[in-house]
Design a binder for this molecule. Structure first.
Ligand code: ATP
Ligand code: MG
Length: 163
């Protein structure tokens, strides 16, 4: 899917909701899609793949069902709206400290990573977060309560606020 196709989907969603999007300056762009700010101060994320969309939506549904707005001091975006047809999730805009981007999470069962892969992941996390890797590990651990296994630990997805 091209950037333009993502933009078309997000624009259709916005029209249905009678909002507009700031298409000129996206909030972010990554492997899974693109995110824009809306006129009602929400983040509208357009997804490339149905599987990533389903995974992220399921995580935000679980937070909503459990009234989770924060985990271990990190804000979690609140689900605002979605479209299965357009692969769009609309959520609140969070300010650091936050955790977002659940597109690559594993649900209900942990991935079958080898001991070596897990060690590599821990090592990478230490490189990315320095002394704070423990806070990140503890945050990821806390998500397991909701059946969410989160390994996409990078500074774009988890921000402390004073970094
Ligand atoms: N709800 C939000 N509130 C504030 N900023 C956001 C929000 N959603 C996304 N962003 C910004 O947009 C960036 C990209 O969003 P996100 O990580 O969800 O996209 P992605 O396509 O899954 O990215 P990647 O695959 O590169 O990790 C984030 O790193 C963040 O800076
Ligand atoms: Mg990301």
């Amino acid at each position: 899917m091209t950037n333009q196709e993502l933009e078309v989907a997000a624009t259709k969603y916005a029209e249905l909701c009678k909002i507009t999007l700031n298409l000129k300056t996206p909030l972010g762009k990554g492997q899974d899609g693109c995110v824009w700010k809306s006129s009602r101060k929400t983040a509208v994320k357009a997804f490339e793949r149905p599987f990533s969309y389903d995974t992220e939506l399921e995580c935000y549904q679980r937070f909503k069902d459990n009234r989770v707005i924060r985990i271990q001091g990190f804000s979690v975006p609140q689900l605002f709206g979605f479209s299965d047809d357009l692969l769009i999730i609309e959520m609140s805009i969070v300010a650091p400290p936050y955790i977002l981007d659940f597109a690559k999470a594993w649900l209900d069962n942990p991935p079958d990573f080898s001991a070596e892969a897990l060690a590599d992941h821990a090592e990478k996390s230490r490189e990315l977060f320095g002394e704070r890797w423990r806070d990140v590990a503890s945050l990821a651990w806390a998500l397991r309560e909701f059946g969410i296994y989160y390994y996409d630990t990078n500074p774009g997805n988890i921000r402390f606020g004073d970094d």
